[in-house]
Design a protein around this ligand. Structure first.
Ligand SMILES: Nc1ncnc2c1ncn2[C@@H]1O[C@H](COP(=O)(O)OP(=O)(O)OP(=O)(O)O)[C@@H](O)[C@H]1O
Ligand code: NI
Length: 243
């Protein structure tokens, strides 16, 4: 069924300052589709990813509702049950998907054995992660390599809902295109995909996103398909689609 934030507000009080990072945020991520989330740096996109995975930072205080496959998520134990096969996160920094003390190959193999959904070969092929890097530790990978390893790690449990936070940020155009193909196939096979991205030229060229959500300062400012957003006249939206 997918995932949803309803009127989610998140305050972070660091002790030195207090900030509202999401401000009445609403978003629906339906299954079978790619929803693309865009917005300027610092507007709260990764915080949406965190809220959808029950991974808000420790000092955060939140109000509002998170629904996963139609159920209101109530507490930490509920999140622990959902993570993995129900909802998964490809973090913005690929290295955050791994423990630093074990090789990537060993960690991917564990995910394959624990979930028995995707095979290691299929996940690595779909993520274009070269299996000859298996013996390296996460910190021994380049930015683009660890991003692809993290993509493989996100695919292995085969989550109903996949939240991918800038999955192509460290990749050149050809590889980025292949990642979008993988996300497209994932959605078409039934997955609910939220893809956070800055890559409007790729979205425009591939038409891969079924629905777009544009945010600013913790709120949604525009939603719709590509044609709808391209036709908007306000300067913030135009800045993304007619740079
Ligand atoms: N752990 C944290 N503690 C305090 N503030 C945080 C924390 N993480 C993020 N923030 C703040 O929350 C706001 C939103 O950050 P977020 O990472 O969601 O932005 P973003 O839209 O993903 O940006 P980018 O495109 O650069 O990744 C920022 O103002 C940031 O400073
Ligand atoms: Ni981010």
């Amino acid at each position: 069924m997918g995932a949803e934030l309803r009127d989610v507000t998140v305050h972070i009080d660091t002790g030195r300052w207090s900030e509202t990072v999401l401000d009445g945020m609403d978003i629906v991520v339906p299954d079978g589709q790619i929803t693309a989330l865009l917005g300027e740096s610092g507007c709260g996109k990764s915080m949406v990813a965190a809220a959808l995975n029950g991974r808000l930072p420790e000092p955060a205080r939140s109000t509002g509702q998170v629904l996963v496959n139609g159920d209101l998520v109530q507490d930490r134990r509920h999140w622990l049950r959902l993570r993995g096969r129900t909802i998964g996160l490809l973090p913005q920094a690929g290295v955050d998907a791994f423990s630093p003390t074990e090789t990537v190959g060993a960690q991917l193999r564990k995910l394959e054995n624990r979930h028995r959904r995707w095979t290691l070969d299929d996940a690595c092929a779909a993520a274009h992660y070269p299996t000859d890097l298996f013996d390296l530790y996460p910190g021994q990978h380049s930015g683009g390599q660890i991003q692809r390893a993290a993509f493989a790690a996100a695919l292995l449990p085969g989550p109903d809902i996949l939240v991918a936070d800038e999955p192509t940020a460290s990749l050149e155009t050809d590889l980025a295109y292949e990642m979008w193909v993988t996300l497209y196939k994932y959605a078409r096979s039934g997955g609910a995909v939220l893809a956070i991205t800055h890559d409007v030229p790729m979205l425009t060229a591939t038409q891969v996103a079924d629905h777009l959500v544009l945010m600013r300062a913790g709120k949604v400012t525009a939603t719709g398909d590509l044609t709808t957003l391209q036709a908007q006249t306000d300067p913030y939206t135009r800045g993304f689609f007619h740079p």
